[in-house]
Design a protein around this ligand. Sequence first.
Ligand SMILES: *Cc1c(COP(=O)(O)O)cnc(C)c1O
Length: 440
Amino acid sequence: MTQGHDQHPTDPAALARSVFTWIGDSEQLVDAECVNLYAGTNIQSPAVRRAMATTMNSRPSLGPPGDKYETGLVYSDRIEVAAMDLLGRAFHARFVEPRTLSGSMANLVAYMATTRPGDDIFAMPLEVGAHATHHAEGAAGLFGLHVHSIPCQPGTHLIDWGAFAVELERVRPRLVVMGTSLPLLPYKLERVAALAHGVGARLMYDGAHVAGLIVGGCFQQPLDEGADLLTTSTYKSFGGPAGGLVATNDEELAARVRQVVYPGLTANFDMGRLAGTAIAAVEQLQFGSTYARQCIANASALATDLALCGLPVWNPDGESGGRATHSHLVAIDARPFGGGTKAARVAERSNVLFSGIPLPVETSVDAQPYGGIRLGVQELTRWGMTEPDMGPVADLVTNALTQPSHADQWRRQVLDLRRRFRTVHFQLDVATSVPDYKPA
Ligand SMILES: *Cc1c(COP(=O)(O)O)cnc(C)c1O
């Protein structure tokens, strides 16, 4: 894989040409020449990209639709209202706040709407994949929250219900955060909600990775199962632009969320991003259930095929022979490969992309920081791959990891495979839905 750091021009005009060249090179490399199993990404449809790439990006828009500080926003307001309507339908929510710039910021907004600095909250432990924003080093800690880890059964992703109930009674937190960056299993949300509400805590569900599965009706419905707030990123399995949102059915909470976002943390926001998110929501409403079902089928097939290749596929419930995944993600024990980060760098040479992730396992110094490898099939699914394609993908992952000295050979195989998958599936027909669309 060429890196290009070595050819950095100093002349500004030459650098500008280079920026455009690198945009094209990056699209070619990542979109067409890699098997991209990185969990927190997706390929956007041409319709979403068309909606994003407009001058609306730089048009400010302060306040609620219909009552903006600026004038000239009559059409922009219609898009904003449409986006909230579409996203509300997709996430089964009466209220959606889509102006948050990222999933991380959506989490901060949720904390600011439900807690005060110094309050106690509970979140899943980092070793089962909790996001940094749930813990001391991220938004929760920066806002001054005192974070307690939800007790889990050792070596698994399962909650230790007895210990959790005792801890909740003892601490009486303001908020419980569910969700991780490695959601292999749905959480027993109704049970968590009963426990949290029993001690006067709110329940927030961070669905950053599983948004596309939630919308597709194939995983869990957090707001229907007792979560007071749902936060998510919009560019992972959801397939929209990079951004975040907060959803709720609670009118009073919705008002607090809106107050935190504006005038609290956001003045103007990127209307182009919101337009793209609205189109992504339409695609999810139309194709989401087929897409989500295919994602889950592909992940199950990939887990089986990786195990057949001899890789140590991680089982979240600790039962040998149990199901490795109920979502679009698969984890592998990375300790035989020197840890997840090292494994990802090695596989990059074969144009196979993924990342490290913590697992609740003992790691030696040279396998740190990540004991696991995390793979997501959401992008390959959008490129049209189905269960029979997961065998060759598993072979490529295995070969890239175990025989990196043959990286040239694996890279050629990646190119051959990707040549068959060049169009985005589960997308609006741009020719009929985008009035002035001209194919590049
Ligand atoms: C990716 C992720 C986020 C952060 O989302 P960004 O939009 O990248 O800021 C939050 N929570 C979880 C669980 C995540 O995996």
